[in-house]
Design a protein around this ligand. Sequence first.
Ligand SMILES: O=C(O)CCC(=O)C(=O)O
Ligand SMILES: [Fe+2]
Length: 374
Amino acid sequence: MMSSSSMVLMDRVPIIDLQDPNESNIVAQLDAALQQFGFFYVKNHGIPESLIERQFDISKQLFDLPLHIKESMPFDGTLDIGYLAAGGQALEKTLRTAATEPQQKQQQQQQQSTEKQEGEGQIDTKEQFMMTNNKLITASADADHSVLTVDPDNVFDGSQNYYLQPYIPDHPRVTSDYMSASYKLNLRLQHYLFEALQLDSERRRDLGQHPFLVLKQMKYAGPPSDPSKGQYGAGPHTDWGSFTILATDQQPGLQLLWNGGVDQWLDVPPIPNTLIINAGDQIATLTNHYYKSALHRVVTTSRTVRYSTAVFTYFGLSATFAPLPQFCGGDQTTDLAEDPSIGRTTREYFHYKLHQSVYGSDATRGSTDEEKKE
Ligand SMILES: O=C(O)CCC(=O)C(=O)O
Ligand SMILES: [Fe+2]
């Protein structure tokens, strides 16, 4: 972890070359990018371009299927799988108690009063399809260790997902290969994060075991966004977990809220042969918001269809979150009540956020239907 004063300020989200033979360079760049933006690009990331293209090809075929077929795979919030039609989620609804910095909170409130005329958390125009390694969610806490382990070569193994083989023969193979490659990239990013935070081996094990992993394919074909009416492809939100690995087609739209003197929405444009990485709430909580879980949104400007695919990674499902000791005390103390991921396990925090975004409820601690079912 470098001190803020030694950090070189950048005016745009940096690209980190993962082929750099000097690991400490990678760690230092990751540290600076997470402090300043909460976002960075990676190149030479190990996921073959051909696999990324095949994945987008599958995604296009999937969203082109007739609506009745897509709706035959309805969203299941317990497993976090299935299809959500346009309007099925409103990410902005998760903001009311988002785990963001006080400064960001104030910004959110200003943003909402100046940009929005009606309602809160309007629906997002994106369509989405999700697959997860949900066997970890359904397994009981004392399950056989092998049930809880993730096979990096077959991440979905043993989990319930909708596989579209009858309509898209390559669907199981391509989604599985893409997820496995993404998980391996996540393991590398997590290693660099743990190095930056100088975590001991016990803490690494606690955070790293039984990770929850979500593949979300998205299509934006709705009307152009209009922030003044609260209409977005994806409304302003923070991601909820550890790292998000995002692939987009060549359409712009993603923006993050950044303070480079004044708060502003900064474009995160597509850059060929790179992936976009951002830190979620769990990383912000661990570091007492020293690393940012940046507010971001998708503003579509034209009628052009846009595809993106995110792999959301979470730390261990049973790990409970609180700032690491080195981030507590001094002027870095966070009001624990302000950060809803504190004191919750990954499993609990995930369901809490999901309820806000999909079901619109202010799920209270430990009382969601999903949690009761577990
Ligand atoms: O489509 C994108 O570029 C980003 C979507 C996003 O931020 C999300 O689904 O969490
Ligand atoms: Fe996001």
